[in-house]
Design a protein around this ligand. Structure first.
Ligand SMILES: Cc1cc2nc3c(=O)[nH]c(=O)nc-3n(C[C@H](O)[C@H](O)[C@H](O)COP(=O)(O)O)c2cc1C
Length: 185
């Protein structure tokens, strides 16, 4: 699959077969993430691979659908995936160089670039995933035994797509282009 195909074929997958994901595949996904650009080449990410069903259940219990962190129901679909990759950021590494800006934006921008690289590679391996950020950060940090300077940014449940997912429509890019300044068409 070439890059253009992998980018255009990518879509959020929330339903999986029972097929396992090998350690070699996981390493390939992480290596792709690790190639991403970061402010000051800080590379703040740390990856946690979760295979144990009980740990996955605990993680899912920290997730919620919608915007209500407390009342939103857990994202149970995630349990169909054989593995979770949790992308975390070591805040200290970025903070030491950029201060408050790290917490406001930089670690999220850095880790999102990393996650998109991972998502594209997941497609290339004929696997599927979905970027999950609907979780209660403190609870998830406890389960993963994260030190105080490390925060969870996103979870990627990864597995083989079972063909039930539907491609979401995208707004026509032509309508989003501005020449020279905003709203000049
Ligand atoms: C920052 C971010 C957070 C997201 N969090 C969730 C989530 O918690 N649960 C979920 O099912 N999808 C989540 N998504 C996936 C989006 O719903 C999905 O990307 C969007 O609907 C577009 O569909 P597509 O990925 O198939 O193009 C998230 C995506 C992003 C970029």
């Amino acid at each position: 699959m070439n890059v253009k195909e992998a980018i255009t074929n990518r879509m959020s997958i929330r339903s999986f077969t029972k097929g396992e994901v090998s350690n070699e595949m996981i390493l390939e996904i992480l290596r792709a993430g690790n190639c991403a650009p970061t402010a000051g080449n800080i590379q703040p990410w740390e990856f946690i691979i979760v295979r144990e069903h009980l740990t996955k259940k605990e993680i899912v219990n920290t997730t919620f659908l919608g915007k209500d962190e407390q009342k939103g129901i857990p994202q149970k679909w995630m349990l169909l995936a054989p593995i979770f990759i949790v992308i975390c950021a070591d805040v200290d590494r970025s903070y030491n160089k950029y201060g408050e800006k790290s917490l406001k934006t930089l670690i999220y921008l850095d880790c999102s670039a990393c996650i998109e690289n991972m998502l594209i590679t997941i497609v290339d391996l004929n696997l599927g995933s979905c970027y999950v950020s609907g979780f209660r950060e403190k609870e998830l940090s406890q389960i993963l035994k994260l030190p105080a300077n490390v925060i969870p940014i996103g979870i990627l449940p990864v597995g083989y797509p079972n063909g039930m997912s539907i491609k979401r429509p995208k707004i026509d890019v032509e309508s989003k282009i501005h020449y020279e300044w905003y709203n000049k068409k």
